[in-house]
Ligand binder design. Structure first.
Ligand code: GAR
Length: 194
């Protein structure tokens, strides 16, 4: 019996590539019916080396990508889903791609999001606000930063004595489960999964 081809992901990144490595491991364990067909990096960064080590083709596209260039590269690599993984540039979402561009944010949106809110800045803002919980949000993307329909949120506590770093580490642990879970949900809902 033949199975449909797994959905193909393009992972967009600007940093360490930790999310990419986690997704590749989850796929490898058979826990997500997908394959990573392309990595797009917005700048020279550690994530490029990690993608190459995994044997994934990489495109370095510096600055903001034009919609036409984005569509062309996604078509060239037969991509089904765009998965943002610490990608720090604004991305256009061409009409055909609405509902197929996914982002993870290291806080419980709609709080602690928006332009300039990434990495430790998010966790510092959470600590300054004195809230008892943080977590991560997986959402579909529109043309703005950190808006668009929420697919999945997962929570973790903020603990006494937390620093932006310790909170970031706890949130990232939550992300390693939440992003695959959200992608699984989206792929299943779209009816195209393996
Ligand atoms: C992740 O924690 C992700 O939630 C965050 O970047 C990290 C991955 O980047 N994304 C954002 O802050 C988007 N607003 P890294 O692999 O470079 O650490």
């Amino acid at each position: 019996m033949t199975r449909a081809d797994p959905d193909r992901l393009a992972v967009f990144l600007s940093g360490t590539g930790r999310t990419l490595v986690n997704l590749a491991a989850v796929i490898d364990r058979g826990e997500l019916p997908a394959e990573i067909g392309l990595v797009v990096a917005s700048r020279a960064c550690e994530g490029i080396g990690r993608a190459e080590a995994l044997g994934i083709p990489v495109r370095l596209i510096e600055g903001e990508i034009e919609a036409s260039e984005l569509e062309a590269v996604l078509d060239e690599f037969s991509i089904d889903w765009v998965v943002l993984a610490g990608y720090l540039k604004r991305l256009p979402v061409p009409t055909r791609w609405v509902g197929r561009v996914v982002n993870i944010h290291p806080a419980l949106l709609p709080e602690f999001g928006g332009p300039g809110m990434y990495g430790d800045r998010v966790h510092r803002a959470v600590l300054e606000a004195g809230v008892p919980e943080s977590g991560c949000t997986v959402h579909l993307c529109d043309e703005h930063y950190d808006t668009g329909p929420i697919v999945f949120q997962q929570r973790c506590p903020v603990l006494p004595g937390d620093t932006p770093r310790s909170l970031a580490d706890r949130v990232f642990q939550v992300e390693t489960e939440a992003y695959p879970a959200a992608l699984r949900l989206l792929i299943e809902r779209s009816g195209s999964g393996g």
